[in-house]
Design a protein around this ligand. Structure first.
Ligand code: PFF
Ligand code: NA
Length: 414
């Protein structure tokens, strides 16, 4: 219960769906996805990733929805109500994962905000250094660490805190009703623009025609990468969807909601590829360049070499910032709703304290960009996968009967 004694809810079903889509669509689709595709061999990775999303991601999302709607509680309370014994610590693990992910997610979100400015001023465009380092790489090297990065990390967290402090309806729901349509509209325009670029045909074939031989040879690295990306991109494995579904009233159709969220999120990832890869190929930039700098170095470098690069840069990074914010508010809400439900703190206090703590935890990431890779591997390949799998075992296996009953409740098929 909140301090006022009445727990908040979404005002409409569409509000819930948009919030979940806003959570799903984020840096995972736009920053993480292209470099995973690049590292894991292009379209070969795409097949595994799509299979994973449909066969495991979708049911895992329904599992979280069921737990959230049935209990109407934050993730710790929800798990505690669902299972006893050592299982009760799973909710605590989710809150911990939320902390870890948002702490570096916010640093990357800060880079994105910085790049809106960099695009407008042409900061990352220019001749290479004497040793041949491209200007985009030098620029990233300067802004990704140190005071610059710390400042934008703080700015990003402040915006997140401001939205979430306003509450479920007036903050999160209102925010996503503006943000999600904006993301879809701007990205559609950018994909049409990318289609007109000289490298488009080459990009589409790299990205969309799978090489099964490559998949068979490299499955040991492709499978975990696709699984980690699947959980990360759908916001699964740490209780976001439990928390969001806990604000639902009874009469929703969870399967259709979950299906729409998966379809939208996958659509945005594919759309991102249709924007990013033509831009890279048109400027002769290698899409295999791995690591956290991917869109900030490769895409930025490429933007310097294509028509209307500055405007496209502002639109692109502006949209990425919006997408990152609408995901970040879901990450912090897991922790905030735990603090409100379990300790009776008011929302403003909870949000401010949690936000400040996450800022501190993320600060070391602004020291060196390898920290982003470390946090990211820990989060996506270890924590989210463990959290997601444990929850599936608990609910879909140990409590299958109850879960199915809850899923069928208020379902059109029943
Ligand atoms: N799904 C978000 C993205 O793709 O950017 C990131 C994310 C949000 C991951 C919430 C996990 C999470 F619980
Ligand atoms: Na996503």
């Amino acid at each position: 219960m909140s301090a006022e004694g009445v727990r908040e809810t979404w005002s409409t079903r569409i509000g819930f769906i948009l919030a979940a889509v806003g959570s799903a669509v984020g840096l995972g689709n736009i920053w993480r996805f292209p470099f995973q595709v690049g590292q894991e061999g292009g379209a070969a990775f795409m097949i595994m990733y799509l299979a994973f999303v449909v066969l495991i991601g979708f049911p895992a999302m329904l599992v979280e929805f069921v737990v959230g709607r049935k209990t109407g509680l934050n993730t710790v309370g929800a798990i505690r109500e669902f299972a006893g014994g050592a299982w009760k610590y799973l909710g605590g693990l989710f809150v911990f994962i939320g902390f870890v992910i948002l702490s570096y997610y916010s640093v990357v979100g800060g880079w994105v905000m910085r790049y809106i400015v960099g695009s407008a001023t042409g900061g990352y465009v220019g001749p290479p250094a004497a040793d041949g380092t491209p200007q985009a790489a030098q620029y990233f090297g300067q802004i990704a660490v140190g005071w610059d990065a710390l400042f934008f990390h703080a700015l990003f967290m402040l915006v997140v805190i401001a939205i979430v402090a306003l509450g479920v309806q007036r903050g999160i729901e209102l925010g996503v009703k503006i943000m999600v349509p904006a993301i879809i509209a701007i990205f559609a325009v950018l994909a049409v623009y990318a289609f007109t670029l000289s490298g488009a045909a080459e990009a589409y074939s790299y990205y969309l025609s799978p090489d099964l031989g490559y998949l068979l040879e490299n499955w040991q690295s492709i499978v975990p990468a696709a699984a980690g990306q699947g959980f990360f991109t759908l916001s699964l494995g740490m209780g976001v969807m439990i928390t969001y579904a806990s604000y639902l009233s009874e009469d929703e159709n969870l399967a259709i909601d979950g299906g729409s969220i998966v379809v939208f999120n996958t659509g945005i990832s594919i759309l991102t590829g249709l924007i990013v890869f033509p831009i890279l190929f048109s400027a002769d930039v290698d899409p295999g360049d791995p690591g956290a700098g991917a869109i900030f170095v490769s895409v930025a470098e490429a933007l310097g070499g294509i028509p209307f690069g500055e405007l496209v840069g502002v639109l692109f990074f502006g949209t990425v910032a919006i997408a990152a914010l609408s995901s970040a508010i879901s990450l912090i809400e897991v922790v905030v709703s735990y603090a409100i439900d379990e300790f009776g703190v008011d929302r403003l206090t909870a949000t401010a304290i949690v936000g400040a703590a996450i800022f501190v935890l993320g600060a070391p990431v602004t020291y060196d960009t390898v920290m982003v890779d470390l946090y990211d591997i820990l989060a996506a390949k270890i924590l989210l996968l463990s959290g997601g799998i444990l929850l599936i075992v608990l609910v879909a296996w140990l409590h299958a009967g109850e879960a199915l009953e809850e899923l069928e409740k208020a379902c059109v098929f029943s």
